[in-house]
Write a protein that binds this ligand. Structure first.
Ligand code: NI
Length: 257
């Protein structure tokens, strides 16, 4: 069995096809889905989906792209959503200096305040970090990650950054980018860090793994990320599936029957 530890089944891309997408995933032994919020609306939708589907777990948070919308009311709404059943994390939160859809100041403020909220509500964090490794690590070191820990989602940094994340108590999650032809450095990182710290994800509908690039991504493809991981680590697919699933259950404290 696989868990897609980070997907956006709350995205409009799946409005018409959600049941098919879930059935297709199940047919590929992908049986649980962490559906990640990125603004208030997608967070609410993740919570609704978690109510509707046994196999879906929700997270709520404001992505750095939308950090400009962060204010006391948003914070209050995030806090209220965190009290809903099956909400397992705060995320995705963090910094994105590639797109800079919100100013650095707004991104840093929203990130810090959501870190505080995560600690207050004993939830792990899901961190989005693009071209902002240093500031992300500095903030995490200064503010602290908290006992519920968290995950660096769609990891894209160096081995040095990965080691800093591990020291902070974070897990590292690999997405379809691990399978890309030019991702040699990333595969070296994956080879060097303990499997007990690794999660797998699709980040669908984005980041479709090789050899399906150009098509819409879906959780059914998370096994391709797992297969690449098995290859770089010299493990069997079954071992990688089992261990990454256990890592995900443990991080998000999933209660599976
Ligand atoms: Ni995402």
């Amino acid at each position: 069995m696989w868990i897609d530890s980070h997907c956006h089944l709350n995205d409009q891309a799946y409005n018409e096809t959600l049941d098919q997408v879930i059935a297709l995933a199940n047919a590929s032994n992908v049986n649980q889905f962490i559906v990640v919020g990125y603004d208030l609306e997608s967070s609410k939708r993740a919570v609704r989906l978690a109510q509707q589907y046994d196999s879906i777990w929700a997270t709520v948070g404001i992505h750095p792209h939308d950090a400009k919308c962060w204010n006391d009311e948003t914070a209050q709404e995030v806090k209220e959503l965190l009290t809903e059943p099956k909400v397992v994390a705060v995320g995705e939160i963090g910094l994105d200096y590639y797109y800079n859809h919100s100013s650095k100041e707004d991104q840093i403020r929203a990130f810090k305040e959501q870190l505080t909220i995560a600690k207050e509500y004993n939830k792990p964090i899901i961190i989005h970090n693009r071209d902002a490794h240093q500031d992300t690590l500095d903030i995490l070191k200064k503010e602290g990650v908290g006992p519920s820990r968290g995950v660096m989602h769609c990891f894209s940094g160096s081995l040095e950054v990965a080691r800093e994340c591990l020291k902070l108590g974070l897990n590292i999650s690999f997405a379809g980018s691990l399978t890309f032809n030019n991702a040699h450095k990333l595969r070296e990182v994956a080879a060097s860090i303990p499997i007990e710290k690794i999660l797998v994800e699709t980040d669908s509908p984005y980041l479709t793994p090789h050899p399906h690039r150009g098509q819409q991504n879906s959780p059914a493809l998370v096994g391709l990320v797992g297969a690449k991981l098995a290859e770089v680590k010299g493990m069997t697919l079954a071992e990688v599936a089992q261990i990454t699933t256990e890592n995900c259950i443990s991080l998000f404290k999933l209660c599976l029957d």
